[in-house]
Design a protein around this ligand. Structure first.
Ligand code: ARG
Length: 561
């Protein structure tokens, strides 16, 4: 319908391109301002006239149009009132004629790599990693919907001097039994002990460095201990991914680039980018107002940034990405800015496709989340706690619900994911159980509950022919709902453009609210066949779109709740 309006305007305003008209045409905040509005302010310069006069002229020029009820001038705006039946028909037909509504082919032939989750081996999978996992997974789904080929990369933090420390700590104070029993918790506690002891005896640091150097040179003893730590950690990480139902295309972590580093350092030297400073090799970035990017330490060992540079080159050569996204906390902003600059200085034009996607912190309303040893928050515990809380709610409110365990999982996890994605990434996420589990709030459970309600309505009505009588959809609640339906494809595009899953999350709430209003105002299971069929078919469309929207966030929907 917007296209029709734009076509109409374009016939009468040759001075402005179709594209710009498309951007200018708005959807007014109130229905008494019409279904679409065209602000004439942009034309004031072109025609040297006041906007209200321009609007009046345009109205006269346009005259009567078959798909419009009327056009009104309000201030500098031209307000279009679409013939409701026609409008309804067009929206429904649009939906029915698209195979996977909301999808598009804009990304066809292009690859996007998304580097996310990427927890650190021998460290706990904490709430920050939960954020990158949830955001990265959603971005992956959003870009896939737009036809991109997406590569999900888990850049595990499985390499670096900390493993030298861990080996020393294990040899001095660890035991196989304890590590096998307590896994990452035990590795973390011997790591902490290492730091305490190294304060008293700095020679421990030299020992640790020597072990990491052994790792970098392929020493079998060092590597076998490291590999064991890696296995233990991966097992715990996998438990989190299993609960979330998420997966990756590549688990190539930092260690994968160990043998690719010398070539990178060589290339940096050839391109005259390396400066030696105090024995370390760096890329000086003073000219760009940034501290230097560290490439090798004094002892020759590589650093986080070196491995990121090697990884980017590898990914470009392997996947030929148009974009490579890095989802991490905001605190790593400088790190990415630095090595993105290095790639640019190396002369690679594709540096433009490297994008850092930062996010804010997680804060807790009360310190009441269960913690393990040392007051550290584990993502796994939080997910389990959420599921448990939903289990209790179900047992209290709907004890006979079939398949309770699956529903508790879907809703418990959905609540956590939704809470994470409802605001802009950069905002801190507040963990407040009462709020995020509230079935009436702007929450995952609320949207899922709306979905289940739609499912239940349809179950009661049973099969109906897929016919529509558009004259039944002209009331306010139905029109509002249809307009929400029609927004979905733009919502997906907008979310991708901004790398913001919250655009989809907010849409899901708004669609659910509009549906609930429709459900309240328009009785669905009525005697009259035409009305019943039409409304049931609309419910079915909404149900599908809620499911699709939640799927883009990584949330699944129970049919009954
Ligand atoms: N392992 C890092 C961390 O936990 C995140 C890695 C992000 N990805 C990257 N290519 N640097 O902070």
């Amino acid at each position: 319908m917007k296209n029709n309006i734009v076509a109409l305007l374009s016939q009468n305003i040759p001075e402005i391109s179709n594209e710009e008209l498309m951007q200018l045409v708005e959807i007014p905040p109130k229905t008494d301002m019409g279904d679409f509005a065209f602000p004439c302010f942009r034309l004031a310069k072109v025609y040297r006239k006041a906007p209200p006069m321009i609007a009046q002229d345009l109205k006269e020029k346009i005259g009567d149009v078959d798909f419009l009820d009327k056009i009104e001038v309000q201030g500098g705006y031209l307000n279009f009132f679409v013939k409701k039946e026609k409008f309804a028909q067009q929206i429904i037909e649009d939906y029915l004629n698209t195979k996977d509504f909301g999808s598009s082919s804009e990304g066809e032939g292009q690859t996007i790599c998304i580097d996310y989750s990427s927890p650190n081996v021998a460290k706990n999978f904490h709430v920050g990693h939960l954020r990158t996992t949830i955001i990265g997974n959603s971005l992956h789904k959003i870009f896939k919907k737009l036809g991109y080929n997406v590569v999900r990369i888990n850049h595990l933090g499985d390499w670096g001097t900390q493993f030298g420390k861990l080996i020393v700590a294990y040899k001095k104070w660890g035991s196989k039994e304890a590590v096998e029993k307590d896994g990452i918790s035990e590795l973390m506690s011997i790591y902490v002990k290492f730091h305490d002891e190294a304060e008293k005896d700095p020679s421990l640091n030299d020992e640790a460095r020597a072990w990491f150097t052994k790792m970098e040179h392929g020493d079998e003893e060092a590597l076998s201990i490291w590999r064991w730590f890696l296995d233990i950690s991966l097992k715990e990480f996998m438990r989190v991914y299993d609960i979330l139902g998420m997966d990756f295309d590549s688990y190539n972590g930092e260690s994968f680039y160990n043998d690719k580093m010398p070539a990178v350092i060589e290339e940096l030297k050839e391109k005259n980018l390396i400066t030696v400073s105090d024995g370390a090799q760096i890329v000086d970035l003073e000219e760009y107002n940034m501290p230097p990017c560290l490439i090798t330490k004094k002892d020759g060992s590589s650093l986080y940034a070196t491995r990121d540079i090697a990884a980017a080159l590898y990914r470009q050569n392997t996947y030929h990405f148009t974009k490579c996204l890095y989802v991490t906390g905001l605190e790593q902003k400088l790190h990415f800015a630095q090595w993105f600059k290095v790639i640019e200085l190396m002369g690679y034009d594709w540096y433009k496709g490297l994008v850092h996607i930062p996010y804010g912190l997680v804060s807790l309303k009360s310190g009441k989340l269960s913690t393990r040893k040392g007051n550290v928050l584990y993502a796994e515990d939080i997910l389990k706690e959420s599921i448990q809380k939903i289990r209790e709610i179900i047992d209290e409110k709907n004890p006979d619900l079939p398949d309770k365990e699956t529903v508790a999982k879907q809703v418990g996890i959905g609540a956590i994911i939704f809470n994470d994605l409802y605001n802009q990434r950069i905002k801190d996420v507040l963990f407040d159980w009462d709020k995020l589990l509230n079935f009436d709030g702007e929450t995952g459970p609320y949207v899922q509950y709306t979905y289940a309600r739609a499912a239940s309505v349809l179950r009661k009505i049973g099969e109906v022919p897929s016919t529509f009588d558009y004259s039944i959809l002209t009331d306010e609640a139905s029109m509002a709902l249809l307009k929400e339906i029609s927004r979905f494809p733009d919502v997906v595009k907008d979310a991708a453009e901004k790398y913001e899953p919250c655009v989809v999350a907010r849409y899901a709430v708004s669609l659910a609210q509009t549906f609930n209003k429709f459900y309240h105002d328009c009785q669905i299971n009525v005697e009259d066949d035409a009305t019943r069929y039409t409304r049931a078919n609309v419910v079915s469309i909404v149900k599908n779109i809620i499911k699709a929207a939640l799927d883009l966030l990584g949330i699944s929907c129970p049919e009954q709740m």
